[in-house]
Design a protein around this ligand. Sequence first.
Ligand code: ADP
Ligand code: MG
Length: 398
Amino acid sequence: MKKKLLVTDIPDSQYEGKRVFVRVDFNVPVNGGKITEDYRIRRTIPTIDYLTRCGARVILASHMGRPKGRRIERLSMAPVAARLNEFLGTKIHFPGAVVGRKVNNTSKRLKNGEVMLLENLRYHSEEQENDADFSKKLASLADIYVNEAFGTSHRAHASTYGMTAHFDKKLAGLMVGNEMKFLSRLIRRPKKPYVVIVGGMKIKDKIGALKNIIKKADKVLIGGGVAYTFLAAQGVNVGKCSVEREMLYWAREALDTYKEKILLPVDHVMAESAGGKKTLAVTGAEILDDMTAFDIGPKTVEKFTSHIKGEGTVFWNGPMGFFEVDDFSNGTSAIARSFALATWRGATTVLGGGDSVASLKKSGVKFSEATHVSTGGGACFEFLGGSDLPGISVLSDS
Ligand code: ADP
Ligand code: MG
């Protein structure tokens, strides 16, 4: 992909008094009105701060969760406005809507250096439908467009794609620029051996990227929920684990073609139900008929970590189990520690994915113990797989 024009690539003076629409990814977990993880907000501060210092009038917009076109209070951006307030030390204008008269008025009254935050973009179904009218309304708010939402750049929505057609200047934010710089290097020539760790729940969401990445990787370690479909494809009994039937054929083929590369769990931590008391680790790959596997077992940890060395490149997306429950967090924690150790020993380590980042934290591993923690899960995966991200492709070339 071509290099994109960064916010810092045009003269500072061009921002003075201009309204700048910044698509950010503030899709942060909120519990009882409190933000429980704010690294996605923190990572955008340099761009927002830079623009305001240049005298721009900044309009921030993001989605949160899946409100599916309805106004759902628990998915409001209000707590984000409060957190931004703390970080930036200035009042954030929050009209409580995405489009309409109140938004237009607030945006018109913004002074140089002031910041306004729109409500959850997905309160309108037009956002994900990439609706032309909605795109036009959003675009009418500003003079310059900035994408600082790497985690949403693999989606062609109104705010990431449709609205950009109405701007001459479409710039990459500093964080997007960093992600691109780092991940591009990884696509071109990953230091070998290139080890990819995949977990999480849905192959279907990851298949495009997975297909490409398997070709490039030297080893692919598959754990978490996605592993059971691969095991089922091999004819292994997976008990009550959910299997993605439509992926079985592809999984079988991949296992045939890349016999030497793909490693699957050889044991599991299983239980009758996630809440059930009775958990047991078994020594075989087979899962008992009335049981579900919720974590990889100790032998699998040993097997996987033997490939996570202090050299080459390690890319990790997706927890190895249902790590939110302590009983099922050992596999993920062990992989997280081995991932950190690989960094200390000199490997280039990259982690991507909202839940993956949360699992790293829960395991007590610091972000500084990875070479790069991406703000994108799906986007990072797709990009490393070699796909163009629509939200990046539309930006002005450098
Ligand atoms: P990311 O957000 O990092 O891309 P995913 O969204 O793909 O990761 O998957 C994360 C979720 O997968 C977590 O909520 C985790 O609990 C769940 N998960 C992983 N393995 C299992 C398993 N064996 N059983 C149940 N849930 C699992
Ligand atoms: Mg996730």
